[in-house]
Design a binder for this molecule. Structure first.
Ligand code: ADP
Ligand code: MG
Length: 338
């Protein structure tokens, strides 16, 4: 574990929604359902960009959906081969890079395991250990043959892949990029726990992004961010209970069971939505100690961890951008240094 350097944390006293300064422009807002989650986009200033932002999300979804038989990923999973182009090729490259960077804590080929637990259909079940052991040899992202010059993918027999751990972050990042190119200086894209900000709030202050208490319903903390993404992976997002045990949708690719690292929520803050999304899933699997080591060797993200025992750890770079909400003011918070 890295040096813990500072433990007194300010409590957020302003209301999340009632922050200082009158907006200088009227926002346009839309709510919709995509990628299996409720999304809400708010754009200030430039009119009529919401539809374009939404269509970027749909186009990523159409390409990488594992259930839509017209998607290229569906073809790859059902025939063992296919060709990625444009955004889906870029997403694949970035996702494989994250698998390597996290030594397989993120593994795109964990899909057969996710399905065995019923997370793909909602017919949840605890598979028997024999089934898990039989599927585990299929989980190995290093066996995904991807040719980044041609976009061609070849999978070993029975292997199937899923980009669900990174697709929302990537789609949000693309939509933000389009908005910036069109001159938008202020937008908030919420892709169900994947938050992508563009610029600042219209009054020039940072966006205040609330992070949920993984064991409750309320905002536990607030992060100040501008022009960055904040992505949270939590055991509370998709789970089922059986015989007093909770089983969630983030899998440990090494055991074939739901990740049991002692963390129940990981939030990542960074410039690239796809990196934040992949790392939030991977660091949840890795646990606090390994996650802190990866952070210490990296320069492109900051993180907030909540442990099963209710402690909060934040990385150094968030020290001045983090606050507990009043209701959670007594929560112990530690700062992780390099
Ligand atoms: P969410 O999609 O709920 O925001 P994540 O970004 O953490 O959450 O992605 C979780 C999804 O990714 C799961 O539903 C599953 O399909 C897939 N997945 C689960 N564990 C892993 C893993 N270790 N590596 C790659 N993908 C995973
Ligand atoms: Mg993720």
């Amino acid at each position: 574990m890295k040096k813990i350097i500072w433990t007194a944390i300010l409590t957020m006293t302003v209301l999340l929604t009632g922050c200082a300064g009158a907006p200088t422009q009227e926002p346009e807002r839309t709510e919709f359902f995509a990628m299996d989650t409720a999304m809400e986009f708010t754009v200030y200033g430039e009119a009529n960009l919401l539809d374009e932002a939404k269509s970027i999300i749909s186009s990523v979804e159409e390409q990488v959906s594992v259930t839509d038989e017209h998607s290229v990923l569906y073809t790859i999973n059902h025939t063992g081969t296919g060709k990625l182009t444009g955004n889906s090729a870029e997403l694949m490259e970035k996702a494989l890079e994250l698998c390597r960077r996290t030594n397989g804590a993120l593994d795109l080929s964990v899909y057969p395991i996710v399905r065995a637990w019923g997370f793909t259909t909602g017919s949840y079940q605890v598979p028997d250990e024999e089934t898990i052991q039989a599927l585990l040899p299929l989980v190995d992202y290093t066996k995904i043959q991807y040719n980044d010059a041609t976009g061609a993918v070849v999978l070993p027999a029975e292997m199937e892949i899923d980009l669900g751990s990174v697709a929302k972050g990537y789609a949000g990042q693309l939509a933000a990029q389009m908005l910036r190119e069109r001159g938008v200086e202020s937008a908030l894209l919420n892709l169900g726990g994947n938050v992508q900000t563009v610029g600042t709030k219209p009054d020039g202050s940072s966006w205040q992004i609330g992070i949920k208490d993984p064991k409750g319903e309320d905002a536990m903390m607030v992060l100040s961010v501008a022009d960055q993404a904040v992505v949270t992976s939590g055991g509370y997002e998709r789970y089922f209970e059986q015989d007093g045990q909770t089983y969630w949708h983030i899998m440990d690719p090494f055991t074939g069971h739901p990740a049991d690292s002692g963390l129940i929520s990981v939030s990542i803050v960074g410039d690239e939505g796809v990196v934040c999304d992949g790392l939030s899933t991977a660091l949840f699997v890795m646990g606090l100690e390994k996650a802190a080591d990866l952070w210490a060797q990296s320069g492109d993200f900051e993180a907030v961890f909540v442990t099963a025992s209710g402690e909060v750890y934040i990385t150094e770079g968030l020290r001045d951008r983090f606050a507990l909400t009043e209701q959670y003011a007594d929560t112990p918070v530690s700062v992780i240094g390099r």
